[in-house]
Write a protein that binds this ligand. Structure first.
Ligand SMILES: Nc1ncnc2c1ncn2[C@@H]1O[C@H](COP(=O)(O)OP(=O)(O)OP(=O)(O)O)[C@@H](O)[C@H]1O
Length: 306
């Protein structure tokens, strides 16, 4: 169980209130380094709110979210850092350097750049008028701008900038091949079929070289063939890259097929946490899903093989 042995992210006592509504209540769970972790639960359980807290879109009401890129999160180290009042501690101050990051204290752009957490949204947010390849290059804007010395070196074609540009192109081409869209590189992203756009979004997020990739319902709206392609892509990311995946997903066949670890929420509370097998046989989880519409019950039972 990597989420115990080698946690990349530890969430402790996370609470998020919107006025009188508590969307997430004292939630604790870990994400194992190298795992695919699924966050599941009925509609309104608080899954997207958790994502929004981890990625800095919301500032949580209370709680701790510690991410460690160099080795397992150690709570003594986290407590020592928290007591200093700092947001993170890196090996050196370079962006991208390994370190410990207190996400609840960091703004969203710093979470993306320094802690290297990338995300996708429930609705597709590609630059639809740009080409497929341009979408992958734009994702690498920050390292390119840094190498350009914020335009001057870029304008004069400095070696450092040309090297960064070549590296960005190489990475974009690598991901294009992995999502099998090399032949569509010069087409507008908005002209791709839905499933291809979903995979392009994931490839774009991977171009930022994240340690944690947060995917909000990546299988939503996909047909069975596209779902299989998505599973293959996510397994490739897990098995061949130093990127752990945290996903929200309603499609139980995807969750049970590819997850190493499943965390179940209901009304903002964690009701189950473990391997896919243990979670799908957990009476609390079955009851939570039985609490939804009858047709959804039948669908979930069929998908988890009950
Ligand atoms: N910005 C907000 N302001 C007020 N209430 C919010 C806000 N965001 C979420 N909520 C509420 O918090 C609760 C949890 O919502 P959330 O979107 O996190 O659930 P979810 O599990 O992701 O649901 P779904 O599966 O339907 O996407 C809901 O009652 C929702 O209405």
């Amino acid at each position: 169980m990597r989420w115990v042995r080698d946690p990349l992210l530890v969430v402790e006592g996370l609470t998020m209130r919107f006025g009188g509504l508590t969307a997430v209540r004292d939630l604790s769970f870990s994400v194992g380094r190298g795992d695919i972790t699924a966050l599941i639960g009925p509609n309104g359980a608080g899954k997207t709110t958790v994502f929004n807290c981890i990625t800095g879109f919301y500032k949580p009401t209370s709680g701790l979210m510690a991410l460690s890129t160099g080795g397992p999160v150690r709570l003594d180290e986290v407590a020592a850092l928290a007591s200093t009042g700092h947001r993170y501690k890196c090996v050196d101050d370079q962006i991208g350097a390994d370190g410990v990051f207190l996400l609840e204290r960091m703004p969203d752009f710093e979470i993306a750049r320094r802690a290297r957490v990338a995300r996708t949204f429930q609705n597709i947010r590609l630059f639809s008028g740009m080409t497929v390849l341009e979408n992958l290059i734009v994702a690498q804007h920050t390292p390119l701008m840094r190498a350009s010395g914020w335009t001057i070196k870029g304008m004069f074609g400095a070696l450092q900038y040309r090297q960064a540009e070549a590296a960005a192109m190489k990475r974009a081409r690598y991901w294009l091949e992995h999502i099998e869209l090399t032949h569509r590189a010069d087409d507008a992203a908005g002209s791709l079929p839905y499933g291809d756009q979903r995979r392009l979004e994931i490839a774009r997020a991977m171009c930022t070289d994240p340690v944690l990739l947060c995917l909000d319902e990546p299988a939503a709206g996909l047909n069975p063939r596209e779902s299989l392609e998505l599973n293959t892509l996510l397994r490739t990311i897990r098995d061949h890259h130093a990127t752990s995946i945290l996903l929200i997903e309603h499609d139980m066949s995807v969750v049970m097929e590819i997850s190493d670890h499943v965390v179940v929420l209901e009304y903002g509370l964690r009701i189950s946490d473990g391997t896919p097998e243990s979670v799908r046989n957990d009476p609390k989880v079955i009851a939570a899903y039985l609490g939804v519409d009858d047709d959804e019950v039948a669908q979930v039972e069929a998908e988890v093989g009950l």
